[in-house]
Design a protein around this ligand. Structure first.
Ligand SMILES: [Zn+2]
Length: 272
């Protein structure tokens, strides 16, 4: 028996090793970095996880979140109606950039001004954001921003930068080729609630794309400026939510948004 055959026989005799090998082979086959452009900002990016893989990764995390918060899910009443109404319009616009994403929104009763969108289109909103959004246009600002993180594939990009793409692919495949610590690291990069903050440039990009999305969905983009000012006042002295976590006191954010307003207003007028 040749040495290679002996090694193979050894490996095949051990199911766990075989599974690990299979996950590694599948991972390598599926993982081909492709060049693409972000929506609206047209930035060239390199991402290996496909849309289908991102949808799968987000869905797994979403199911877990819903299980953990089952008693706090809001599924009727005016707050629920508002979240559904605004989410539908933002999703319809974002779908043009990501036709395969499977959009869902869940409202959770939690006294925290936060919201997030998982890779692939699963959105979570906390009731604590609604006193700050103060109506549909404010909520559209938040949802536009969060959904932009998903359509611009920011989580996949972060996973790639941290060299965790193969771990993520194994998690998606339901494989075993990852350790609990690696699993925790990938989940932290998904942009869930109090996970690791996105980079400053990703936050800025989400602001830009989100502003255009809300305008395309028929919400006055001027309302975004008012919302961000309210949000900055409301979050003083508190744990900052996802969309403020990277630069809680960044006064330039509003200025940058004002710079994109003419572009957003063109889209808004075209629609209305
Ligand atoms: Zn953000």
């Amino acid at each position: 028996m040749s040495a290679a055959k002996a090694v193979l026989a050894f490996l095949v005799g051990r199911p766990l090793v075989a599974i690990l090998l299979a996950a590694a082979v599948v991972g390598v086959l599926l993982l081909q970095t492709h060049r693409q452009k972000t929506p609206v900002t047209h930035r060239t990016q390199h991402v290996s996880l496909t849309d289908a893989q991102q949808i799968q990764l987000g869905s797994q995390q979403y199911a877990k979140t819903l299980r953990q918060n089952r008693a706090r899910i809001v599924s009727s009443g005016p707050e629920y109606a508002e979240v559904r109404r605004v989410a539908r319009r933002i999703e319809a616009v974002a779908s043009r950039d990501k036709p395969d994403f499977v959009w869902r929104v869940t409202l959770i009763r939690k006294n925290e001004a936060n919201a997030y969108c998982l890779p692939g289109g699963k959105i979570v909103v906390y009731t604590g954001i609604l006193p700050v959004t103060k109506g549909d246009a404010g909520l559209a600002t938040v949802l536009g921003h969060e959904v932009a993180h998903a359509t611009a594939e920011h989580a996949a990009e972060r996973i790639e930068r941290q060299h965790l793409t193969e771990v993520a692919a194994a998690i998606i495949a339901g494989g075993v080729a990852f350790t609990p610590a690696q699993y925790v690291r990938v989940v932290a990069l998904l942009g869930v609630g109090s996970g690791l903050p996105f980079s400053r440039s990703q936050e800025s990009e989400a602001d830009h794309i989100g502003l255009i999305y809300m305008a395309r969905a028929g919400y006055d983009p001027e309302q975004a400026v008012a919302f961000w000012k309210r949000m900055q006042r409301a979050s003083k002295g508190q744990e900052p939510p996802e969309f403020l976590s990277d630069h809680p006191s960044d006064a330039h954010r509003v200025e940058r948004i004002e710079g994109w307003l003419p572009q957003a207003e063109r889209d808004y007028r075209r629609r209305s």
